[in-house]
Write a protein that binds this ligand. Structure first.
Ligand SMILES: [Zn+2]
Length: 671
């Protein structure tokens, strides 16, 4: 069958549809009825000859169908997505010695089509991968889908329904979403259109379909590319792809990506990346899957994925140390399929350096595809420190203080400005301190939630940590409080009593000396034999903490400064009298591992993980009861991926090993 005959079916379908639209919508057809009829007859005979008839063919008499709701359908082969990377190097290492298919990553909605005995029987969305929605009624409104194909075996293809950027621009003018707002991108509009209940409405949206994979059909073929090349014979226009030689250099990979990108731009096709997958079907199958991804492919996301939005305001949140941390609140943008509207601004210096003021246009990204980050301010030059930064603590209204800390980075002195509330009685600050004090890693008092603490503080029952151990003074009032009762009170009081038996480490963490967390307190427990008095004595004798592993100048100063404060010292001494601190030797300490999800796991670290040295972070991993591995293998459970990660990340992706950012890791570890 000649290729131009098949293409003629598609061209004639599109042309006739345009004439029909002109005739019905603007009453000004650009061809005469005679020409129209002749083209129509030609299409009829070509459809007979090729066995291809597009769903939107004017020869089909079935009208547009509307349904009342979308039915659900299960995908026997789950339609999973692929893992993503932004590194060409990683892509190259993923491909290894294998021949790969390098393909456009279309930016739309994934749709699966099923054909039986040469006829389209179902069109369904991807949904969550396992269950999608049936949109068969809508295929007449989407171009590029054949209704009849000259292939009688069962055929299942997956592909993308999308709107060309050029068409989207025109449509954006006149269409609004269900909230009356303009569509922000073509993907949302395409997704909304495919899921419309009324096919006639979908038709006006110029949605287009292109297959990118053959899930069933042509079982005799061994390569994905062979199957894809059969699709044009059936009336499909296949997503653009190229096949690689075996083993590529980074430069070759970059060129391949570059040329595909150019193709998409020249042909007005919306893409958000490039997909690489193994061409060999048997090998692909052997790669298996993780919970969410097939492992035979990797999606390459374009590096410069910055999203422009508007900074609405900066939120200032006091923490328990008194530091007031800024958070950017901006107009929501969609990044990697998630709506993002907030990002940490770290400290004053960051805001100052970025010259951020509410109303500025900013560029945001998701670093490592996880953490939202403000990357640039497009409206610099209007920064006024006094307007950008509150003079008073937003919680207690006391004057806020700008603190400057100095550090040396790459041989240069760096000053970091942070905003502080010094009011020891600042409510948010105090609440956070108590929340920390009762937390699992500190005194571990179950039942004293943030909400309960807030109530007790509000009633004036808790001013100091000691007050918690004397809460029975208010027993009757607590029992009569809303949501409380005899039982709840007893449970709470038992938990408080239970927490009196505690350890050196827990006590130290509860005291909240800046930067003294699980790891530092363990080290100190080891050094001072789990004896608080011995530790305190060392502080008073100007002990040099920098001699301990991973203790730097800041941590050293933090400890000394903390003990210099009379109030701290008072709490330190009085509270100890109320508790029973177990004395244990270091060896015993090693046997007790705090509850955490990493016990017994093998964890490998790559890249820089602030503020740890490599040996420091490995020690911390061991302290979690996990094993710190040096290289990624099938036995690795987690890879913690810091800044400047190298080939270990690629290896981990290849093996489908769970990758964590340092922030995720510390969070899970309870640090
Ligand atoms: Zn305050």
């Amino acid at each position: 069958m000649a290729q131009n005959t098949r293409e003629k079916v598609q061209t004639l379908t599109a042309q006739l549809n345009r004439y029909r639209d002109e005739y019905y919508n603007s009453n000004a057809p650009s061809v005469s009825d005679e020409v129209y009829d002749r083209m129509y007859d030609e299409l009829v005979s070509l459809e007979l000859e090729t066995g291809i008839c597009m769903t939107d063919s004017p020869t089909r008499t079935v009208g547009y169908v509307a349904v009342s709701e979308l039915e659900k359908t299960t995908h026997p082969i789950p339609l999973l997505s692929l893992d993503k990377t932004k590194s060409v190097e990683e892509l190259v290492s993923f491909t290894g010695e294998h021949q790969i298919l390098l393909m456009l990553k279309l930016d739309g909605l994934t749709v699966k089509l099923t054909y039986e005995e040469g006829r389209l029987v179902e069109a369904a969305t991807r949904g969550d991968g396992d269950t999608g929605e049936v949109v068969t009624h809508n295929v007449r409104g989407i171009s590029g889908i054949p209704q009849c194909i000259p292939y009688l075996e069962r055929l299942v293809v997956s592909g993308e329904a999308f709107i060309r950027p050029g068409d989207f621009e025109k449509l954006q003018e006149k269409l609004t979403d269900s909230n009356g707002e303009r569509y922000k991108n073509g993907r949302n509009l395409a997704a909304g259109s495919v899921r419309l209940l009324d096919a006639a409405a979908c038709r006006g949206r110029r949605v287009m379909f292109m297959p990118f994979a053959v899930l069933e059909g042509f079982p005799e073929m061994e390569l994905k590319s062979q199957k894809l090349r059969k699709l044009p014979e059936l009336g499909f226009q296949v997503c653009k792809f190229v096949i690689s030689r075996r083993s590529l250099t980074c430069q070759e990979m970059e060129e391949g990506i570059g040329s595909l990108r150019q193709f998409a731009e020249d042909n007005d096709i919306p893409i958000d990346g490039i997909v690489a997958s193994y061409n060999d079907i048997a090998f692909s199958r052997s790669c298996g899957r993780t919970g969410h991804h097939y492992k035979d492919g990797l999606a390459f996301k374009f590096e410069d994925e910055l999203h422009e939005t508007k900074l609405l305001s900066v939120e200032w949140n006091p923490s328990r140390s008194g530091e007031i941390s800024p958070v950017a609140v901006f107009q929501p943008v969609e990044i990697d399929g998630c709506e993002v509207s907030r990002a940490s601004l770290h400290n004053l210096s960051f805001i100052e350096g970025m010259e951020l003021m509410p109303g500025c246009r900013i560029l945001v990204s998701k670093r490592n595809m996880i953490i939202p980050h403000v990357e640039e301010n497009l409206d610099r030059g209007r920064f006024v420190m006094s307007q950008a930064v509150p003079e008073r603590c937003p919680c207690c209204g006391e004057p806020a203080r700008i603190h400057e800390s100095r550090s040396v980075e790459n041989g240069k002195e760096k000053v970091t400005k942070t905003l502080f509330c010094d009011n020891q009685n600042c409510e948010t600050r105090r609440l956070r301190q108590f929340v920390h004090f009762v937390s699992q890693k500190a005194m571990n008092i179950e039942g004293l939630s943030e909400a309960t603490l807030e109530k007790f503080i509000g009633k004036g029952w808790i001013h100091t940590y000691m007050d918690i151990y004397e809460l029975d003074r208010h027993r009757d009032e607590i029992v009569n409080m809303e949501g409380f009762g005899e039982k709840s009170w007893q449970r709470l009081w038992d938990a408080i009593q239970g927490s009196r038996n505690t350890t050196f480490e827990r006590y130290l963490i509860a005291m909240d000396i800046p930067m003294v967390g699980n790891t530092a307190s363990r080290t100190l427990a080891g050094e001072f034999h789990g004896d608080l008095a011995e530790f305190e004595d060392a502080v008073h004798h100007q002990y040099d903490f920098t001699q301990l592993p991973d203790f730097g100048d800041t941590l050293h100063n933090n400890i000394h400064e903390w003990f210099y404060d009379e109030e701290n010292l008072y709490v330190w001494e009085v509270l100890q009298q109320m508790l029973n601190i177990e004395k244990r030797t270091v060896e015993e300490n090693k046997d007790t591992v705090r509850e955490n999800p990493f016990v017994g796991m093998t964890i490998v670290v790559t890249g820089k993980v602030e503020p740890y040295t490599r040996s420091g972070i490995n020690e911390m991993i061991e302290s979690l009861g996990a094993h710190a591995g040096s290289s990624v293998s099938r036995k690795t459970d987690y890879l913690v991926c810091g800044e400047n990660a190298g080939s270990k990340l690629a290896k981990a992706r290849e093996l489908g090993i769970k990758v964590l950012t340092p922030a995720q890791f510390f969070h899970m570890a309870g640090e």
